[in-house]
Design a protein around this ligand. Sequence first.
Ligand code: HEC
Length: 144
Amino acid sequence: MNRLFVMASTALLAFLLMSQTQKPAAKGGALAASIARGKVVYESTCQPCHMADGGGAPNMNPPLSRTKWVLGDKVKLAQIVLKGLPGGQIEIDGDTFHNPMPAQESVLSDQQIADVLTFVRNNFGNKASAVTVAEVKASRGRMK
Ligand code: HEC
């Protein structure tokens, strides 16, 4: 009886410990997985213009480190990637950028856009919340 009680409470304790440690780990795992997938998208789709270090190219392509667009409203951010920009729309520290940015709405999936923006928001000196597929979908919904 006593031994059974010890075994049962040990099992319960082990279960509680596991569920305690697994919850945050699972969450971190999902974020890390999105960042890892986003890196692949970044390297093939964004890096030619915004560069490996997110520094951009003077007068041509803007940097992605701590800008108000990268760290700001996620719907607006997703729209920049979905719709692209004609050039000359963005100003950072008095600089403007004259390349056009190509629209990705029929190139990348919602998942790829969520992942690449989550990657960008957690690299190049940025530390911000993940962008979800639902947020990208909402951005598509708000476009004309
Ligand atoms: C052909 C070059 C090119 C590619 C490819 C490109 N961009 Fe851009 N991007 C630009 C230019 C140029 C601007 C500014 C355009 C303007 O001012 O109208 C810009 C603006 C931005 C901005 C807003 C300004 C800032 O620096 O914070 C973000 C965010 C951004 N791009 C992210 C991305 C992401 C993510 C990808 C890949 C999915 C990507 N871009 C692909 C050229 C590019």
